[in-house]
Ligand binder design. Structure first.
Ligand SMILES: Cc1cc2nc3c(=O)[nH]c(=O)nc-3n(C[C@H](O)[C@H](O)[C@H](O)COP(=O)(O)O)c2cc1C
Length: 510
C-alpha cells in the first residue's frame, strides 16, 4: 500500500506526463459514474441512453444484444420492473472503438488498428502503482449484514432465454488473497444468484482464484472472498487480464490510471475492495465437496450454452452498495457481435503483436482479432520469401493450450486487418486453397461447441487450426494483378471536392 505523500508525488508526475502527451486523455476515472459523465461530455449526449421501465427478465438482455449488434450507445437501465428507481444496470459500456479508447486513455479519433498499436505501446511503458488504502468510501453508504443480506434486492438480469438463473456477475471482479504470500488477485468469473445469501461462481481449473482457494481448502478453511459488481472501465479491463502469479491487477490498474486505486479493507475478510465500487459482497467460499450449486447453463461467448454442473458457492456475509447502485453488465453474445463491454480485441491483438515482434517478424502493419479471437489477422509488408509463413507460425505459437483460436490469417500491407471485407477479399482472391492453407492439430477449450459428444465424454479436446496465407505470393508479388480500387489519395481528392454536396460520403468513407 502507498502512503498519502507518495500518492501525491505520483499524481503530480502523471499530471505533468499527461499534459505533455498530445491528445492523451487522463484515464483516472474516479468511478463508473465519472466515466458515464465523461462519455457524455467528451463524445456527446448520444453515447449513453437511459432506458426506463425495462424488465430484468430477458428484456434488458435482449435490448443489450440488439444495441450491441448496432454498435449503439451504452445503456443505463433505471426504473427496472419490480425494483425501486435508482437500482440500475449498465450494459454496452465500451461497445464502440471510440468508447473503448476513451475508457483507456487513448484518443478516440484514431483508427482501430492505431488504437491497438497505442495500447501496445502504452502497456510496454507501465510502472506498477499499488493501491492506496482509504478509511472510507461511497461503497459503505449501505451495508447489509446477517439476516438482512439479500442478493435479490438488486435487479440482476436474466440475460439469455435459457440461462439457468440471474447472473449479477458478468462484468464483475472476484478478489482473493494468497494465504502464503499476501498477493491479492482479481479475475472475472460469472456469478449467479442461487438464493438471498448464496452466489455461485464458475472458476475454471487454471484460474488463480481457484488456485488460491485450494490453498485455504487444503488447510481445512473456507476461502475469504469479495466480488465487485460495478467499477470504472480501467479496473474492469484489468480484472479479466491474466496477470502472472504474484502480480496484483490492482497495481496494473494503478499503472494505467497513473494513480493508485483507492481501496478500503472489507470489514469481514480484510480484502481490499475499490472504495468507489457500486456493489461489493464479501463472504467465504467453502470447498466444493462441502457445498456446491448447479451452475449454468449460461449463454457463453462462443455463442452457445455448453457448461452446466456443480460449482463453487460463496456464503455471502455482507453486501455493501452505493446509493443508486449500478450493476455493470457484460453478457456474452455471439462472437461476431461487437461485445458491448469491449469493442476492441485489446488483449489478444496486443499479445499477438508483441509475440510476433519478439519472434523477430519484421514489418508488421497491424494485428486484429475477429469473432472474439477465433480468427487472428496479421498484416505485414513482405520483404522476403517465407515471411508470411513465419508470421502465421508465430501467431499460432501464442495460442494457449485450451484456447479457441481457429483461423490465423496473414495479409499484405494494403489490407486493413480490422476490416472484415478487405480480409475476405484477400482470402477469396490471393489464396489458392490447395497451396496456401496449412492445417495443424492442437487442443481446444471445453466450451467449444464443435467437440463431438463422444470426444467430450472421452475428455478428448483435440481440434484443428488453419493457417491461411492470404498474401500475394512473394515470388511473383510484383506481377500480381493490379487492384481496381481507388487509392486513398485519389479518394481524398474527390471527397474534398464533393463532400459538401454529398455529405454522407464523408461520414461513411474509410
Ligand atoms: C466477460 C468475461 C467473463 C469471464 N467469465 C469467466 C468465468 O465464468 N470463469 C472463468 O474461469 N473465467 C472467466 N473469464 C476469464 C477470466 O476472467 C480470466 O481468465 C482471468 O485472467 C482469470 O483471472 P486470473 O488471472 O486470476 O486467473 C471471463 C473473462 C471475461 C472477459
Amino acid at each position: 500500500m502507498l502512503a498519502q505523500e507518495d500518492y501525491r508525488g505520483i499524481r503530480q508526475a502523471h499530471f505533468e506526463k499527461g499534459k505533455s502527451q498530445q491528445g492523451a486523455h487522463m484515464t483516472a476515472f474516479h468511478d463508473l459514474r465519472d466515466y458515464i459523465e465523461r462519455l457524455v461530455g467528451e463524445l456527446g449526449e448520444g453515447e449513453v441512453r437511459i432506458v426506463e421501465g425495462a424488465n430484468w427478465d430477458l428484456e434488458i438482455g435482449c435490448l443489450t444484444e440488439l444495441m450491441a449488434e448496432r454498435e449503439g450507445p451504452a445503456l443505463l437501465f433505471d426504473n427496472i420492473v419490480g425494483y425501486p428507481k435508482g437500482f440500475r444496470v449498465m450494459s454496452n459500456f465500451m461497445g464502440t472503438a471510440a468508447r473503448c479508447a476513451m475508457a483507456l486513455g487513448i484518443s478516440p479519433n484514431l483508427s482501430k488498428v492505431e488504437i491497438i498499436r497505442a495500447w501496445k505501446d502504452k502497456s510496454k511503458q507501465l510502472t506498477m502503482i499499488p493501491p492506496i488504502e482509504v478509511a472510507s468510501g461511497p461503497i459503505l453508504e449501505n451495508v447489509l449484514e446477517g439476516s438482512a443480506v439479500d442478493l435479490t434486492k438488486f435487479p440482476a438480469p436474466k440475460w439469455h432465454e435459457h440461462d439457468g438463473g440471474r447472473y449479477i456477475g458478468t462484468a464483475d471482479l472476484v478478489i482473493t488473497r494468497d494465504p502464503d504470500t499476501g498477493w491479492v488477485n482479481m479475475g472475472t468469473h460469472r456469478g449467479c444468484i442461487q438464493s438471498k445469501d448464496r452466489l455461485s461462481l464458475w472458476l475454471l481449473g487454471d484460474r488463480h482464484a481457484r488456485m488460491i482457494a485450494s490453498k485455504y481448502w487444503k488447510r481445512g478453511e473456507a476461502c475469504p472472498i469479495a466480488v465487485v459488481f460495478g467499477c470504472d472501465p480501467v479496473l474492469w479491463t484489468v480484472g479479466p487480464t491474466p496477470a502472472p502469479v504474484g502480480v496484483s491487477e490492482y497495481d496494473i490498474a494503478g499503472a494505467l490510471r497513473g494513480e493508485p486505486v483507492e481501496v478500503l479493507m472489507a470489514p469481514g475478510t480484510g480484502l481490499p475492495i475499490p472504495a468507489h465500487a457500486e456493489i461489493v459482497i464479501e463472504g467465504e467460499m467453502p470447498p466444493i465437496e462441502e457445498e456446491s450449486a448447479i451452475e449454468g447453463p449460461f449463454g457463453e461467448w462462443p455463442g452457445y450454452y455448453t457448461h452446466i454442473g456443480p460449482e463453487t458457492v460463496i456464503r455471502v456475509k455482507r453486501i455493501m452498495y452505493r446509493n443508486d447502485p449500478i450493476i455493470l453488465g457484460a453478457p456474452p453474445m455471439l462472437p461476431t457481435t461487437t461485445p458491448g463491454y469491449q469493442a476492441l480485441p485489446l488483449s489478444s491483438a496486443v499479445a499477438t503483436w508483441e509475440h510476433l515482434e519478439s519472434a523477430g517478424v519484421p514489418n508488421i502493419r497491424g494485428v486484429w482479432a475477429f469473432a472474439r479471437n477465433l480468427m487472428i489477422v496479421v498484416s505485414i509488408e513482405q520483404r522476403y520469401e517465407g515471411q508470411a509463413m513465419q508470421a502465421l507460425v508465430a501467431s499460432a505459437g501464442r495460442r494457449r493450450i485450451g484456447g479457441m483460436e481457429r483461423y490465423f490469417v496473414v495479409v499484405d500491407e494494403d489490407i486493413d486487418p480490422s476490416d472484415l471485407n478487405q480480409v475476405l477479399w484477400a482470402i477469396c482472391t490471393r489464396v489458392d486453397p490447395a497451396e496456401s492453407i496449412q492445417i495443424m492439430h492442437t487442443r481446444t477449450s471445453d466450451i467449444d461447441p464443435r467437440l463431438s459428444p463422444k470426444k467430450r465424454a472421452d475428455k478428448d479436446f483435440s481440434m484443428g487450426i488453419a493457417l491461411i496465407d492470404a498474401c500475394k505470393p512473394f515470388a511473383w508479388k510484383d506481377q500480381f494483378a493490379m487492384s481496381n480500387r481507388f487509392d486513398d489519395a485519389a479518394r481524398a481528392k474527390v471527397l474534398e471536392r464533393w463532400k459538401s454536396k454529398l455529405p454522407m460520403l464523408a461520414e461513411t468513407s474509410k
